[in-house]
Design a protein around this ligand. Structure first.
Ligand SMILES: [Zn+2]
Length: 229
């Protein structure tokens, strides 16, 4: 059955809700009009070492955090659809979507995925893949060991924490390919940098990175602090 028809039929029983404020919206909509206006579109210039481009749909802030929390809770709700559609539109606007052969969501460690029941990066990648008609691959890169939560670590500690945590499980599928790496939130970019390095070492022709939300760049925070002095 057509994806949107299925979404409309489901909405007859379980109305589609705005992933930020829970207001009932049309099944085609990502967010309600009010929330859409209040979200901060990302316009920073963050880059990932070794990657051709970095794209983010929104700046991470208090306003959008309920949608990220909903996304991390799983397949129910409209968060994966909303973020996937929003990010696909930005990738189209930036002319990146035409350059991609394959989408790779940032993998979770097997037992973490089993415990959670899903990988949120995979949910977004599937939405983007459906919209942009690009294949999604979840077995080309694997996370091969458990890592500590990145949240409390410094940028340097994050890199050490992630060292050798990922592996190219199918190097032959990487060679010569233009790859778009997808994650939900990017803070310092350590995870994306680590995986980009692996894809490069295995002969990827191009690596592009895309996330739903980017936390404000540290430099920007400093600038704001300096201005308020
Ligand atoms: Zn809303």
């Amino acid at each position: 059955m057509n994806y949107m028809l299925k979404k409309r039929l489901i909405a007859l029983i379980f109305p589609t809700r705005c992933p930020v404020c829970s207001k009932v919206i049309f099944p085609e909509e990502e967010f309600c009009a009010e929330c859409r206006c209040s979200l901060t579109v990302y316009c920073g210039n963050h880059s990932i070492k070794g990657a051709e481009s970095f794209t983010a749909a929104f700046e991470y802030n208090e306003k959008i955090s309920p949608a990220i929390i909903l996304l991390k809770r799983g397949i129910k709700g409209n968060a994966a659809y909303a973020f996937g559609k929003a990010l696909a539109a930005v990738l189209n606007n930036r002319d990146i979507s035409q350059k991609i052969d394959i989408l790779i969501p940032v993998p979770l460690y097997k037992s973490d995925k089993r415990k959670r029941g899903f990988n949120q990066a995979e949910l977004i990648a599937k939405e983007i893949g459906r919209i942009l008609k690009i294949d999604v691959s979840t077995d080309i890169v694997e996370k091969i060991r458990k890592t500590n939560p990145q949240k409390t670590l410094t940028k340097k500690e994050r890199r050490v924490n992630l060292k050798d945590a990922f592996e190219a499980a199918m190097p032959d599928k990487i060679k010569g390919k233009r790859i778009l790496l997808i994650d939900d939130v990017c803070t310092t970019g350590s995870t994306l940098t680590e995986i980009t390095g692996i894809l490069r070492q295995n002969g990827a022709a191009e690596v592009h990175c895309a996330v739903c939300c980017k936390t404000p760049d540290i430099k920007k925070e400093v600038d704001i602090n300096e201005q308020s002095r």
